[in-house]
Design a protein around this ligand. Sequence first.
Ligand code: ZN
Length: 358
Amino acid sequence: MKGSIIDDQRTTAVQLSTEELQRYSRHLIMPEVTADGQRRLKAFDNVDLSNLQRQILHGTKDVGRGKLESAQDRLRDINPKIEIELHQCRFSSENASEIVFNYDVVVDGSDNFATRYLSNDVCVFEQKPNVYGSVFRFEGQTTVFAPHLGGPCYRCLFPEPPPPDSVPNCAQAGVLGVLPGIIGMLQAIETIKLIVGIGEPLIGRLLHFDALKVKFRELNLRRDAQCPVCGENPTIFAPIDYDQFCGARDEQAVPAISVHELKRKTDAREAFELIDVREPFEYEIARIDGAKLIPLGEIAERTDELQREQPIVVHCHSGKRSAQAVRLLQRRGFGNVYNLEGGIDAWSDQIDPTVPKY
Ligand SMILES: [Zn+2]
């Protein structure tokens, strides 16, 4: 099958048993899948599904058990024939390449930035598609990161992790219990499509789901030539542990104001300019009223659009990219420029909860 991530030579020796023909009959009757597609799914049997659809893999009787064993038992109950390999270890820069190397695709259902950046980078290095999914409160999103198939990677969108503890995880912010199932199912669909080689994968497209509005939105994502891991001049060549990464990123302090100070300035109708240095797709998701969008990569060429006689407040998602922009503007002779601490994230947390978080 053209477009499958599984080589033809790996499927020739794979046969479907009578029982499997019966079990998967609803797949076989679809011309897009057929027995060939099902053999590809079977050839792709070393799946680590422990993070996928986690909510429905564990039952009340499993409370207190290890998640890996519990998930394995549940999947074996559904299909005793599938081969499952458990990795009872923390996914780290030490073992990430070694683990990912053995598989055809990674389904990332992690809930923290350390794992997300690590799996992204390793998938870029090993040229494996990374089926990404994340959930937050009532919203979820999914896409397929695969620079080797023409799409962007996670760092094309978010070059650096946010500062530790600046972004709440599911345990802190909450998540609607059924939402991971929906996003997990979408990730499973994308994985099956990649293996069978059918349809249009979510490469270069991000699907955002808002459970409260029951709305799906699709955002186009582009590769960034400046991406530190898959760009033209990469600066990251090996897996990095998030903690180390953050320790090495101590940046010089730049003049800053809090979101409360920004609110006060806005309410007092003070004269100042608010610049948003995030990417257009982020601006589509959430924005602060009155902010002018100039992505970080364009700000050097667009300084003539800025008012030198007024204070300038720069914001991004969490405050890191905007700190870079402040330093850049200072070098260009802007003396009255401030970073918004915590970025739009802090704005939605502390000032305006109607501004969506992502
Ligand atoms: Zn990239």
